[in-house]
Design a binder for this molecule. Structure first.
Ligand SMILES: Nc1ncnc2c1ncn2[C@@H]1O[C@H](COP(=O)(O)OP(=O)(O)OP(=O)(O)O)[C@@H](O)[C@H]1O
Length: 259
């Protein structure tokens, strides 16, 4: 197993782009049962980039995020990443049912040993950022699926992440809520300018949100196509109906069909 290292190990000096938040270098992943999930995956995600990865179910997308975060060790290759400050939002909101929205959002500050005043100040700021002001004292059972996801986003935001990993966070909500959450996330990205790595099954979501899209093949997942998304931020929902947006979606879709 290769060891992952910190930002002290920077990419080649010939690389003119800003320092990557995450640099995947020829990542391979083989599970103990022999399943080869990833093969030779290489790409960077720099601060100020929002990169989406789309690919067939089971191609290794979540595995790639787990490797980036350090939750799973890669079998070969290496990841250059500073893991001090990573935000991770999962498919499920993963809230504690017995804690209010505010107390769910203070959780990470609590675990990091912040003072109560700091925990709460960070939580209230994050709650406002995701548009949940007024719902601080609601318990998860009194929140909609979209609101739970906002709590989950706010919880991650309290750590002011420089790298933000999103594992298909909006797959379980209805289309309109998903569009709202896309707008919230895009706004957060614009404000915080983290390095964003976003997994999704939705091509239009990927095109709407991202600066760049990678398409992965079916297992073992390899990068088979790369698209730059040229639309300037802030993007509004109307862009989804523009011809250029449709053309890019069609191009990504074509690659995905051949994956
Ligand atoms: N612990 C494990 N042991 C063996 N195989 C695993 C393990 N975890 C995942 N896999 C397999 O590795 C492959 C990649 O899984 P992963 O969850 O990364 O795919 P994915 O692209 O995120 O899928 P989906 O889009 O359906 O969420 C799958 O075939 C999965 O069954």
């Amino acid at each position: 197993m290769a060891t992952s290292s910190t930002m002290a190990r920077m990419p080649d000096e010939t690389d003119a782009k800003p320092a990557p938040g995450i640099s995947f270098r020829k990542i391979g992943m083989q599970f103990p049962d022999g399943t080869e999930a990833l093969r030779d995956v290489s790409f960077d995600v720099s601060k100020g980039e929002f990169v989406s990865v789309v690919g067939p179910s089971g191609c290794g997308k979540s595995t790639l995020l787990r490797i980036a975060s350090g939750l799973a060790p890669e079998s070969s290759g290496e990841v250059l990443v500073n893991r001090d400050n990573i935000g991770y939002v999962f498919q499920d909101a993963t809230l504690l049912e017995w804690r209010t929205a505010l107390k769910n959002v203070t959780l990470l500050g609590e675990l990091h040993g912040y003072s109560k005043a700091k925990q709460e100040a960070l939580a209230r700021e994050a709650i406002e950022l995701v548009g949940l002001k007024g719902f601080e004292n609601h318990y998860p059972k009194a929140l909609s699926g979209g609101m739970k996801m906002r709590v989950s986003l706010a919880r991650a935001l309290t750590m002011k992440p420089e790298i933000f990993l999103f594992d298909e966070p909006f797959g379980a909500v209805d289309e309109i809520t998903r569009e709202h959450l896309n707008d919230e996330t895009q706004r957060l990205f614009q404000k915080e300018r983290f390095a964003g790595l976003f997994i999704t099954h939705s091509i239009s979501e990927a095109v709407y949100m991202s600066t760049k899209i990678y398409v992965m093949s079916s297992r073992p997942g390899r990068i088979i196509a790369e698209f730059d998304v040229p639309f300037p931020y802030p993007r509004t929902q109307e862009i989804r109906y523009s011809p250029d947006f449709g053309v890019l979606c069609a191009q990504v879709s074509e690659k995905l069909r051949s994956a």
